[in-house]
Design a protein around this ligand. Structure first.
Ligand code: BDR
Ligand code: CA
Length: 307
């Protein structure tokens, strides 16, 4: 049985990822942390609470970071709607978030359940970076970690080089890549953009179900962005790869986030070294980082079918 802490910025595809996880056997969402990103964190938190109520999920929701570590807040209502759920967020939640922050919740739960919990991070990585400051042993205390973010060998979706989650907090993403998580998988645009769900997929959903309603706004955005009807389920694919790593193939390497590039801030870069370790050239990423794996292909048909 996989027990998962979800760190998210709901967000339409974040919501869909929660629906996806909720429907899986032998999978338990044990807690949710929220973060700025698609919408301000207060809205993301209200949405997470609304989703736990809809999904009948009795788990703590902790409110996380309201802004990135080292740059101003930026949000993406054009993609997810003013309310983050495509206009369908609805009434105020009846439940409330916990007292502790999302970073404290992550650090505390990992300490209390060493090596038992996995982390699915589908928003900017601010909370995970803050949790590392609270508990530097976090990498060894967690089981698997899957992060949705990055555009390695494809264009970005915020700038030409940077993907949204990493661009929203490059310093946090870089700290996470440098922290030495032994089982870190990165699911970026290289695979998620290939998992485009066409209009016909949406048409198979019952007319008045909540996912179909919220996906309307998201599909309108992706329709005009890509010039074809449908949407891209970034966060659900990351969830699916956490549950079933065989769904994807990977490039194993050492990774960093570009923090000072004039055009590339927020871009993930791989070591890609072909020189011997003792070579004086290009040793920066290799000497600083532990290995992680970056998804390069995925079985999209199988995934969309599961979804
Ligand atoms: C990521 O950014 C957000 O818009 C989505 O929720 C996803 O986590 C994709 O780049
Ligand atoms: Ca997200």
């Amino acid at each position: 049985r996989m027990r998962i802490i979800v760190d998210a910025d709901p967000g339409i595809d974040d919501a869909l990822a929660l629906y996806y996880l909720r429907a899986q056997r032998d999978t338990e969402i044990v807690a949710i942390g929220t973060v700025h990103g698609n919408v301000p964190v207060q809205q993301a938190t209200a949405n997470a609470l609304r989703l736990t109520e809809r999904l009948n999920l009795n788990v703590p929701v902790a409110m996380g970071a309201a802004k990135p570590l080292a740059q101003p807040l930026a949000t993406a209502e054009d993609v997810h709607g003013q309310d983050g759920l495509g206009g369908y967020a609805g009434d105020e939640p009846t439940t409330t978030h916990t007292e502790q922050s999302a970073a404290e919740q992550l650090a505390n739960m990992a300490r209390e359940n060493p090596k038992e919990l996995s982390l699915l991070a589908i928003g900017p990585l601010t909370n995970v970076a803050l949790a590392l400051q609270i508990e530097p042993r976090l990498p060894e205390l967690l089981d698997k970690v899957v992060v949705m973010g990055g555009a390695l060998n494809v264009p970005g979706n915020i700038t030409s080089h940077a993907e949204a989650n990493f661009w929203h907090d490059p310093e946090a993403a870089d700290l996470v890549l440098a922290a030495g998580f032994p089982h870190l998988t990165i699911v970026g645009l290289d695979v998620t953009m290939e998992s485009h769900a066409p209009q016909e997929w949406l048409d198979t959903l019952p007319h008045d179900c909540f996912p179909k309603k919220i996906l309307g706004f998201y599909a309108d955005f992706y329709g005009s962005f890509l010039g074809k009807k449908g949407f891209v389920p970034h966060d659900p694919l990351a969830a699916a790869i956490l549950l079933d790593p065989g769904l994807a193939s990977y490039h194993e390497d050492r990774f960093a986030i570009e923090l000072t590039g004039r055009y590339t801030r927020g871009k993930i870069v791989a070591d890609q070294r072909f020189l011997a370790p003792e070579s004086p050239f290009g040793r920066d990423i290799a000497t600083e980082r532990t290995k992680a794996r970056y998804a390069v292909t995925a079985d999209h048909a199988r995934f969309l079918d599961q979804l």
